[in-house]
Design a protein around this ligand. Structure first.
Ligand code: ADP
Ligand code: MG
Length: 250
């Protein structure tokens, strides 16, 4: 398998998961090469978030493999998954900042959890990160509650990146954002890509898919029905993917 796709950095093989009677994933398979961004689209409730959460071990499939950097993470225990989560960041729906902590403390949190940096080193990394994400240095003193929704998302994204992950999973990062904040998020994703970060972008925001992704896959009826490179999607659209994008199917 790995001989056929020598550059695949992340590969999901025959992923199956059900909740009770409901089979959500019925053999999902796809791969992403190092530095690529895969857009993952599909109707609400098709299992996109469950799939992303499984890629950091927050959920386990009933069967199937998740190969990241040559290792199947499915059999790993909680302690081993800590190492996986240093490599793979899940930028979740909503941002999920700690409301009782300032922006500074939110960004410092992953560093304090995983490393033994001095306060000066932490402060330097936070300054650099705020700049990288187009956030004003003075925002470090603010609490999430006083930030706009768009700013909260950008701080959440900045926090996911504090560990310099090799893979980033974006779960609807632009949902509900105005064009300015959407553009800022697109720029951050492109910056991460330029550093060689491999990513999956779950979204309903097709302009963002066109702006940042290399290829796009449609999750339909528990499987990846169709997959296109962005170039192909622009020139040879057909089938279920086009119907989905054009709003002709759910
Ligand atoms: N912990 C859970 N218990 C029961 N059902 C769940 C659980 N998590 C997700 N589901 C179900 O799995 C399906 C896929 O959910 P999700 O991955 O959140 O969809 P999406 O992100 O594509 O909108 C939904 O029908 C949801 O109700
Ligand atoms: Mg979701």
């Amino acid at each position: 398998m790995s001989n056929e796709k020598p550059q695949s950095f992340l590969e999901v093989i025959d992923f199956k998961k059900s909740f009770g009677e409901k089979q959500v994933h019925d053999g999902v398979s796809f791969y992403v090469r190092k530095g690529e961004c895969l857009g993952l689209i599909g109707g609400s409730g098709t299992g996109k978030s469950v799939l992303l959460r499984s890629l950091v071990g927050l959920e386990k499939p009933d069967s199937g493999k998740i190969i990241i950097d040559g290792e199947d993470i499915v059999p790993k225990n909680e302690r081993e998954l800590i190492e996986v989560r240093k490599k793979v960041a899940y930028a979740f729906q909503g941002g999920a900042l700690f409301d009782s902590m300032t922006v500074y403390e939110n960004l410092a949190y992953p560093l304090r959890e995983h490393f033994h940096f001095t306060e000066k080193e932490i402060a330097e990394q936070i300054r650099a990160q705020l700049e990288e994400f187009g956030l004003d240095p003075s925002s470090e003193k603010l609490y999430p509650g006083s930030l706009s929704g768009g700013m909260q998302k950008r701080v959440g994204l900045a926090r996911s990146m504090m560990m310099h992950p090799q893979v980033v999973l974006y779960d609807e990062p632009t949902a509900g954002l105005d064009p300015y904040n959407t553009k800022k998020i697109q720029e951050s994703i492109l910056k991460m890509k330029a550093k060689g970060v491999t990513s999956i972008l779950v979204t309903h925001d097709m302009p963002t898919v066109y702006a940042v992704c290399d290829k796009v896959a449609l999750l339909l009826n528990g499987r990846i029905g169709e997959q296109y490179t962005i170039d192909k999607l622009k020139t040879e659209p057909s089938g279920a993917m086009t119907e989905f994008i054009n709003g002709e199917s759910a």
